[in-house]
Design a protein around this ligand. Sequence first.
Ligand code: G3I
Length: 353
Amino acid sequence: MPKFYKFFLALLFTLIISWFTWQIPAAFAATESETSLRTLAEKRGILIGAAVDMKALKSDSKYGEVLAREFNAILPENAMKLILLHPERDRYNFTDTDILMDFAKTHQMQVHGHPLIWHYAVPQWLESGNFTREQFIEILHDYIKTVVTRYRGQIKVWYVVNESINRDGSLEDSIWLRKIGPEYIDLAYRWVHELDPEARLFYNEYSAEEVGQKADAVYQLLQGLIQRGVPIHGVGLQMHKDVDWSSAPQLIENMKKLAALGLDISITEMDIYIKEGFGNQQQALEKQAQIYEDTLQACLSIPQCVYFSIWGFSDRYTWAASWRGSQGAPLIFDEQYRPKPAYYAMQKVLRRE
Ligand code: G3I
């Protein structure tokens, strides 16, 4: 074969291989983003979100890629906690929250602020500081002012108070309750509203999804705020559950009751922990998927349920390992970012008419 033909064939072969190398992944990428939870949720007009682990976002490019593809809203898992944001009395650290804001802007995602006031993750300088009630009120006000003003217009929803109620319905012990009294809750909502009147202000709680003593106490707290004219617009139900959970009808009943108060509702921290001994792996994954499906369906069935957020998204990064002692595979992607049955269950619900 003449040299010229050999060269021509080699060139043609290279071009064909390169075309496949570029086109095939591109075709898959297009398919993935067309059917992503984010795309499907946008067609339904709802926000689908995830809590963000900043260490993962900064070190694992795949994490950011899946996050941006699948979700249109984010909230920081830890970065906005007082202990990290205001570690010393005269020092703030906004590095991670600023990175999160930039990421959201680049990928057109809504950012929610979590949590502004919590009894946990309080820095040592505040826990052990010997401040008077007036000083505590001033510290709380300064903190809220600094954070809310910095992100005014960028944070659309604030979870102003987080987990202020115990399982028996009493107020959770906290440095705010001890030093200021129960009125810290009213003060916080009023201040945030003054500083950013456009932001939607939510209350966030765990184990208040089903009707019962704790849900009643949350209802009373919210009703009291409304009656006193405190600006409150919504309530977040966390949904940290085990795989044997089966209370979707109660969740719906509770959501309707809260919606009747005139509040928006969000599922804020969903994850479904697989307990050891729950059937085989396949059964556990299917039951987990069913709970994600039922919960998302419950949210879509209530017009006031405007936001559905998972506490992370990949089992590679989950709070369960550090807090519950074992990983529990509670999320919708596995550790290699492969979609689990729970992911497909959510896709199915979002496609349903
Ligand atoms: O980043 C430090 C690391 O530098 C240090 O070496 C290590 C040693 O303990 O701690 C690391 O910080 C941990 C942080 O998570 C980041 O991983 C904290 O100890 C740990 O307490 C913290 O746990 C978080 C927890 O809230 C307390 O703030 C979990 O990740 C987070 O998922 C969890 O989230 C809460 C919501 O805010 C409210 N609702 C319940 C939910 C689950 O508990």
